[in-house]
Design a protein around this ligand. Structure first.
Ligand code: PGA
Length: 252
């Protein structure tokens, strides 16, 4: 089954609102493509304005959040609810990014609750998994990622899982300039698909999109995208500049 490619840009804590809107106006013509899915994930403060801009531009680019809270609403100072995101046109949400796991105490349990909450609000979760350098060196990669998936997707129906996205992001490749080779990335993405098949079934495993993330650049995107189990990329640094256009083009 041919899965449509997806390229997501994670701006992390970069670009003021006006910088984000200017950037989108600049690149709009080049990334308004129907052959692949493009999602931009600006900081929360810019979501409302960028949502309105994408609508004005009649853009096909979709809007993603970088984080969400797992409760519906309430006394959670500084947090954003899934219903609030859906209300302003957010269609995707990054969940369990390694930076959130490391700096903000995100666990497989909170990842699981957040996946359920986004699904409830028809937001597609982009669930990040990936091993550290020491885990890779100690041959713990597969066990670690399997646990992230088993616990992260615990209690989620297969019809919902089919609509989810998993991003394989080896921590040692994020922001380091060190990309996993396409074979290394494919090996783990294939393992992730097999894990989904074991947990659910072949149909679910064939439908779910699996992205690679970690120093994706225009120079390595095409080769990564040519791998059987890699359905696109989650791009950090290179999504902040016009290089992102070339990465999207590599997915076409
Ligand atoms: P990078 O970040 O492309 O800058 O390595 C990827 C990510 O953190 O999603």
């Amino acid at each position: 089954m041919a899965r449509t490619k997806l390229v997501a840009g994670n701006w992390k804590m970069n670009k003021k609102v006006f910088e984000g809107t200017e950037f989108i106006e600049d690149i709009h013509q080049h990334i308004n493509v129907k052959e692949c899915e493009v999602v931009l994930c600006p900081p929360t403060i810019a979501l409302t304005e960028i949502s309105a801009l994408l609508e004005d531009l009649e853009s096909d680019v979709m809007l993603g959040a970088q984080n969400v809270h797992f409760e519906e609403s309430g006394a959670y100072t500084g947090e954003t609810a899934a219903g609030m995101l859906a209300d302003i046109g957010v269609t995707h949400c990054i969940i369990g990014h390694s930076e959130r796991r490391e700096y903000f105490a995100e666990t497989n349990e909170t990842v699981n609750k957040k996946i359920k909450k986004t699904i409830e609000h028809s937001i597609v979760p982009i669930v990040c998994v990936g091993e550290s350098l020491s885990q890779r060196e100690n041959n713990e990669t597969f066990d670690f990622i399997k646990t992230q998936i088993v616990e992260g997707f615990n209690g989620i129906d297969k019809e919902d899982v089919k609509l989810c996205v998993i991003a394989y992001e080896p921590i040692w490749a994020i922001g380091t300039g060190k990309t996993a080779t396409s074979d290394q990335a494919e090996e783990v993405c294939k393992f992730i698909r097999e894990t989904i098949k074991d947990l659910y079934d072949e149909e679910t495993a064939e439908e779910i999109k699996i992205l690679y993330g970690g120093s994706v650049k225009a120079a390595n995107a095409k080769e990564l995208f040519s791998m059987e189990n890699i359905d696109g990329a989650l791009v950090g640094g290179a999504s902040l500049t016009s290089e992102f256009i070339d990465i999207v083009k590599a997915a076409l």
